[in-house]
Design a protein around this ligand. Structure first.
Ligand code: URP
Ligand code: ZN
Ligand code: ZN
Length: 472
C-alpha cells in the first residue's frame, strides 16, 4: 500500500491548529507527526506533498445533496458521476444524498434504485438518507430495517410540497415515534406547505408569475411556524433528534435556539445560498433570470436580518452544519419549465463544488474562525450522521480524506472560471474567494492536484452509517 507524507502544513481541526506532518498509509491516516519527527524517526514514504503555507483539513462532508433527483417535471442535472466529481473539485470527500420514496412506493425498491444510480459512478464516498414521502405501516417497518441493516440512520420528512412528498402531522408524529425507538435522526423540510399552496394559487390568479413570487409566497413566518410545529412534535415523540434542513429564516432559527435552550435535541443546517444570496439581488433579477435561484426554502429579503442571523447562528452553534442542498437544474429547458408560472420552476440550486470556498470566505471576512469552518463543513456533519471518526477528522485510523487549502491563492467562481457541475450557469457567478482548493485526497488517493482531476468514477464507496454521534 502506498504511503504519502503531507509535510510542513498547518493541520486544522474543529478545536485548533497545529504545525505537523500527516502520514497516510494506504486508505487511512497512520500518524500525525510533530515537526522534526519524520526525520528523527526515519519515516519514509512513496510520495511527499509539501504543504508549506497551506492548511491541511479534513475533507468536506456535504450531508445534503440531490444527484439525479426527479423533481418538478425534470431531473436534477448532475449524475452521481458529474456531481461527485464537482464535489471533489470543491474539496468535498463525502456526500450524503437522499434516496426518495413517495406514497405507495416500496422503500426497499427505492433505496435499491438509489444504490444502482450511485454504485460504480462516484468520485468520492457517499451515503444515503432516506426520504419517506409516504408514511404508512410498510414504510415505518422499513425505517427500522434501514437503521438496523442498511447503514441508513436518518430520514427526511416534508411539511411542504403537498401531493409530492408532504406528510401531515399525524404521519410525522408516527415517523418520529419510530425514529425515537430506533435511534434515527429525523430531518425536516419545515415549511407550511398547505398554507403556501394557497398563497401560490392566489398569486398566480393575480397574474404574479415572475420568479420573485416564489419567495413572496413562502413567507418566513411559515418557515418559523413549521419549525415550531416540528419541534413540538419531536418532543411529544420522545425527544427524537430533530434536524431542520436548509434553514433560511430568522424566525425558524429563533425556534431552534429556544428549543436548544430548553434542552431539546434540535439541530439545524443552513446553506451558502441563504448566507450570500437574496431576494433582491438574485430572485428579482430582470425577466426570467431569477429562476436560477428558485429553491425551497427560498432566498430571503436583505431588508430584514436573515443572512446576518444565520451567520451568527453558525458562530454560536445554533446552526451546527453547513450543507449545500445541491439540486442543480440547467436554465435552458429545465428552469424554463416555469416560464410564465413561477410555481412550475424546478426548485433547487447547485453548489456542491463551492461550499468549502464560500464558507472559507466567511473566515476571511471575520464571520467565523478557521476551526469553525472545519467544524461546520466536515466534523459536525460526520458526527451528526454517524460517520465519525472515520470521516470529519484528521486522526490516526481515520480515512485519509484530506483537503489541502491554499490561503495564498484565489478562486473566481463562474462558468468561465471554476465550475465543474453539470449546469449551464452558476448561482455564484463572479464570486471571488481569497483561498483555493489545492489538493484533495480521498481514502489515500489524490483526486485533485495542480488544477487537474486525477480521480475516477467508482473510487467512491458507499458509507454505512451508524447512529448519530452528536448525542452520545
Ligand atoms: O429547492 C430545493 N431545496 N430542492 C431540493 C428538494 C428539497 O426540498 O430539499
Ligand atoms: Zn427540502
Ligand atoms: Zn434538499
Amino acid at each position: 500500500m502506498a504511503r504519502t507524507l503531507i509535510t510542513n502544513g498547518t493541520i486544522v481541526s474543529a478545536t485548533g491548529r497545529t504545525a505537523g506532518d500527516v502520514l497516510v498509509d494506504g486508505e487511512t491516516i497512520a500518524a500525525i507527526l510533530a515537526p522534526g519527527q519524520v526525520e528523527a524517526l526515519g519515516i519514509t514514504a512513496d510520495r511527499t506533498i509539501d504543504a508549506t503555507g497551506k492548511y491541511v483539513v479534513p475533507g468536506g462532508v456535504d450531508v445534503h445533496t440531490h444527484m439525479e433527483l426527479p423533481f418538478g417535471g425534470t431531473t436534477a442535472s448532475d449524475t452521481f458521476e458529474t456531481g461527485t466529481r464537482a464535489a471533489a473539485w470543491g474539496g468535498v470527500t463525502t456526500i450524503v444524498d437522499f434516496a426518495v420514496q413517495q406514497a405507495g412506493q416500496n422503500v426497499y425498491d427505492c433505496l435499491s434504485q438509489w444504490h444502482a444510480k450511485a454504485e460504480g459512478s462516484c468520485a468520492v464516498d457517499y451515503g444515503f438518507h432516506q426520504i419517506i414521502g409516504g408514511v404508512d405501516e410498510e414504510s415505518l417497518k422499513a425505517m427500522t430495517y434501514l437503521v438496523d441493516h442498511e447503514g441508513i440512520t436518518s430520514f427526511k420528512l416534508f411539511m411542504a410540497y403537498p401531493g409530492v412528498y408532504y406528510a401531515d402531522d399525524g404521519q410525522i408524529l408516527r415517523a418520529m415515534q419510530n425514529a425515537s425507538e430506533s435511534g434515527a435522526v429525523i430531518m425536516m423540510h419545515a415549511e407550511n406547505g398547505i398554507a403556501i399552496d394557497v398563497l401560490v394559487a392566489q398569486a398566480i390568479a393575480r397574474g404574479e408569475t415572475d420568479p420573485m413570487y416564489h419567495s413572496l409566497t413562502r413567507p418566513a413566518e411559515l418557515e418559523g411556524e413549521a419549525t415550531h410545529r416540528a419541534i413540538q412534535l419531536a418532543k411529544v415523540a420522545g425527544d427524537v433528534p430533530l434536524y431542520i434542513v436548509h434553514m433560511s429564516a430568522s424566525e425558524a432559527l429563533e425556534e431552534v435556539a429556544e428549543a436548544q435552550h430548553r434542552g431539546q435535541n434540535v439541530f439545524a443546517e443552513t446553506c451558502p445560498q441563504y448566507l450570500y444570496l437574496t431576494l433582491e439581488d438574485q430572485l428579482m433579477q430582470p425577466g426570467f433570470e431569477g429562476a436560477k435561484w428558485v429553491c425551497s426554502t427560498p432566498l430571503r429579503t436583505k431588508h430584514e436580518h436573515h443572512q446576518s442571523d444565520l451567520w451568527k447562528g453558525l458562530r454560536t452553534n445554533e446552526l451546527a452544519v453547513v450543507s449545500t442542498d445541491h439540486c442543480p437544474f440547467c436554465f435552458k429547458d429545465q428552469k424554463e419549465l416555469g416560464l410564465g408560472n413561477f410555481s412550475k420552476i424546478p426548485n433547487g440550486i447547485g453548489g456542491v463544488e463551492h461550499r468549502m470556498e464560500l464558507i472559507y470566505q466567511g473566515v476571511v471576512t471575520g464571520e467565523l474562525t478557521l476551526e469553525r469552518w472545519v467544524e461546520t463543513c466536515s466534523t459536525t456533519p460526520a458526527r451528526m450522521f454517524g460517520m465519525y471518526p472515520r470521516k470529519g477528522v484528521i486522526a490516526p485510523g481515520s480515512d485519509a480524506d484530506i483537503l489541502i487549502w491554499d490561503p495564498g491563492a484565489t478562486t473566481t467562481i463562474g462558468v468561465e472560471h471554476k465550475h465543474h457541475m453539470n449546469m449551464d450557469h452558476s448561482a455564484y457567478e463572479g464570486f471571488q474567494i481569497d483561498g483555493k482548493v489545492d489538493t484533495v485526497m480521498s481514502r489515500g488517493r489524490v483526486i485533485v492536484e495542480h488544477d487537474t482531476y486525477t480521480g475516477a468514477p467508482g473510487h467512491g464507496r458507499f458509507v454505512e452509517r451508524g447512529l448519530s454521534q452528536y448525542l452520545r
